[in-house]
Design a protein around this ligand. Structure first.
Ligand code: F6R
Length: 244
């Protein structure tokens, strides 16, 4: 629990820089698992600052994003591809060919093959070194809504009504919010070597408490993180306010 979200993201960005630099010194790529949404924006700002002011290079970084909305092309302003380019990739020296997100526009019939290919790409990259997560009000990590099995892999998923409601303002109304997404599975996420979940503000306090102190089950997919050997929550005082 940090005094503020800014303290938490400064720590996480410093850790990320250290990981990238030590891998680089050993001649290795760093594989980052990335999230979208409001939560990681300050973290991405800090990574951009480290790139611009502290010489941190992303030339040896490969990234895999958690998810993408079904039906949104890359240039849609609410697509996660667009979000990542606006908030991080356009401002650092990551190679475009090292950026990976699930596609929102594959034909339904091709989704299983696309998802299997995404899993294979993660394996071929050597697995995820550091997975960044936010948490939804449903307890989702990625878009693993309630009912997602612990060993689930990248797949299409129907979005929970609560998740769609939370996205409605950004889309200018509920009717415009996609009903489905492609998401890494809980198993994909849990295979990462280190996982950091960030949460800020009072609104996240009840679900943070459930994820950390509640039973491990598929009702709250973030609860699976309790069983990961190197998983940590970086939260501010407000998000910690309901911890039992
Ligand atoms: C985003 C993602 C989601 C969000 C979660 C919280 O790629 O997979 O799990 O992390 O919905 O969203 P915010 O940060 O907007 O509260």
């Amino acid at each position: 629990v940090f005094p503020s979200s800014q303290d938490a993201v400064a720590k996480l960005a410093a850790e990320t820089a250290e990981l990238i630099r030590s891998n680089e010194a050993a001649g290795k790529q760093t594989v980052l698992g990335l999230a979208t949404g409001g939560t990681p924006i300050a973290y991405y700002k800090e990574l951009i600052r480290l790139h611009k002011e502290d010489g941190l290079s992303f030339a040896n970084v490969t990234s895999f994003n958690l998810d993408e909305y079904a039906g949104l092309p890359q240039d849609h302003v609410e697509s996660y591809w667009y979000f990542m380019h606006q908030n991080l990739f356009n401002h650092i020296d990551i190679k475009p060919e090292n950026i990976n997100l699930p596609s929102g526009t594959v034909a339904d019939a091709d989704i299983p093959a696309h998802c299997a290919e995404y899993e294979q790409k993660i394996k071929d990259a050597g697995g995820i070194d550091l997975q960044i997560l936010g948490i939804g009000r449903t307890g989702h990590i990625g878009f693993n809504e309630p009912g997602s099995p612990k060993d689930s892999l990248t797949r299409a998923i129907e979005l929970d009504p609560i998740t769609r409601e939370d996205a409605a303002p950004a889309f200018g109304g509920l009717d415009n919010v996609p009903t489905a997404a492609i998401t890494m599975g809980c198993g994909t996420i849990l295979a990462a070597r280190r996982i950091v979940l960030m949460a800020w503000g009072e609104g996240k306090a009840p679900i943070v408490n459930e994820a950390v102190t509640g039973p491990v089950n598929d009702i709250v997919s973030a609860s699976y993180l309790q069983e990961h050997a190197n998983s940590v929550f970086y939260i501010d005082q407000a998000a910690a306010s309901k911890l039992e």
